[in-house]
Design a protein around this ligand. Sequence first.
Ligand SMILES: C[S@@+](CC[C@H](N)C(=O)[O-])C[C@H]1O[C@@H](n2cnc3c(N)ncnc32)[C@H](O)[C@@H]1O
Length: 272
Amino acid sequence: MASRDFSFATFSQNPFYEALNARLVAMAEPSSGQRIVDLACGTGGVTKLILEQLKGARDSAIIAVDHSAFALKQAMEELKAHRDSAVQFVQSQVEQVSESLKERADTVIFCNAIHYIPDKDNLVVEISKALNPGGKFAFNTSFYEGGQVPESLQFYRKWMFKSARALRREYGLSPRRADKVESRKHLTPDEYRELLERNNFKVVRQVEDTVMVPIEGWLDISTFEDFIIGTMPGVPLKEASASLQTGVQQTFEEMNITHVPRNWLDIVAVRV
Ligand SMILES: C[S@@+](CC[C@H](N)C(=O)[O-])C[C@H]1O[C@@H](n2cnc3c(N)ncnc32)[C@H](O)[C@@H]1O
């Protein structure tokens, strides 16, 4: 059950994360007078960045879409200060976005969620139906083939080992491997390009960048429900989250590091 304690809001406010999403929003070049969809808007962090990029332009329409009623409620609260601007909130699966929108959009921005979608061809077809011809689709993700920097693998191994040990020692619990969410196949940057090109899009920008994630990022991702369930299946959220945080603190100390690198992929494509 979603709760405020384990929502995405805490992580999404990390400055490094806001900066990389702001970069994608800038690359999509949304302009005033357009209809812009913030797909999988979560708790509204990216919606706010779009509003900032448009300088609150009142003649633009921003449609923030997510399937989580809880995330949408939090997003509405977060964006209260911007209520003059036209932000509409729509509860929908991204896989049905074209049916959920009243009119076609000029730009679809989809941050950090494409890796959740199993049928990506269907998704891209839906997005092309949701866009006007010439409209833009911009997305980013760190969960692609190449997202994990090879030098960081030791960090992940140590982190998971220490977290499982803390969970056992502090709470007498262990993850239930049988409950593990099946991990989805990650696409390479070239596979993303091919996916877009076979579905009516032309890629106009493609950037891969290494982001240095500080300890705060790892501590905060340890409070996000989806991440906790993926790494510690079957464990109550509170105990799992605390153990992941203990594990990351011990790992940073033992490895004597201040940041862990992670790659992000940004793609902007135009509907042809
Ligand atoms: C990691 S958060 C990203 C939020 C925001 N876009 C950002 O980058 O800060 C992923 C979001 O995707 C939403 N989501 C995942 N699968 C979805 C689906 N099939 N349809 C609609 N929303 C989905 C989740 O509810 C969550 O809010």
